[in-house]
Design a protein around this ligand. Sequence first.
Ligand code: MN
Length: 256
Amino acid sequence: MYMAVILVTNDDGVYSPGIIALYKTMQNLGDVYMVAPDRERSAAGHSLTMHRPLKAEEISEHVFSVNGTPTDCVTLGINKLLPQRPDLIVSGINKGANLGDDITYSGTVAAAIEGTIFSIPSIAFSLISARRYHFDTGSFFALKIAEHVLSRSLPYDTLLNVNIPNIRREDIKGIKLTRQGKRIYENSIQEVLNPQGEKHFWIGGGKIYREHGEDTDMEAVEQNFVSISPIHLDLTNFSALKFMMETWKISEMLEE
Ligand code: MN
């Protein structure tokens, strides 16, 4: 029987309990490899390390610790470390939500973006909490969703961004297919003083407002549903392109 080859990564680091839970549950589906950052790289976005060499240390069988970003881990995994091209890439389970515009900062989602660039079905999993994580709930749904993706694959240029409420499995209402919502942070830059009394800025926290919308990722998780958003990498705004083609006078733009 063919065994699917699965690459597991994250942005919380190779020792995060979230990736250990995901690595263990993926064993149910195939031959699993972990390639993950040697330390926390949350909010690394889709950054690639180009100005220094990377080291991939095999810390145990099938488990590689890399002194780079989640994106570095995926590209090294696919191209150098795994015995063959993986059939599936899973990233997480992240400690914390990846909802709305925040996914552009996310290393967890960036790993799935990198997999999608290589045309490999890729899924990002995040658990919505700041503490006391229900990784058992997370890994239960990660397994169900990964199994489905392995059998059905994914549309072209598309990854799945999955957010899981941090509650007991039996309290989850179900799974919803959603769109990426929008959220706005207020007062998310704190002014702090260092021991010398110099002012510094610390990004994070603040009050969160969100756009209302029945079909958004945020709405789903608030109602205790697992949210699955299909995300595509083509950032072109096609309706804006059409509008601009119809209304912009490009020739006039260049007139003296
Ligand atoms: Mn993280």
